[in-house]
Design a protein around this ligand. Structure first.
Ligand code: FES
Length: 56
């Protein structure tokens, strides 16, 4: 599922970024580019990062 339409970032890519070592929304953003264009996905992306980090 696409989380960020501007850059075509999927929930899988966000989870993978965390499994590969990102431990904050900021790092995920720097790694995937999520939320760096219109910013509409930021809220959803942050939520996903929070939940995924919690589960790791
Ligand atoms: Fe992610 Fe626009 S949808 S920056």
């Amino acid at each position: 599922m696409y989380v960020c339409l501007c850059l075509g970032v999927t929930d899988h890519q966000i989870r993978d970024a965390i499994y590969e070592g990102c431990c904050s929304y900021r790092q995920v953003r720097e790694n995937t580019g999520v939320g760096t264009q219109c910013g509409k996905c930021a809220c959803e992306a942050k939520k996903l990062v929070r939940h995924t980090i919690h589960d790791v």
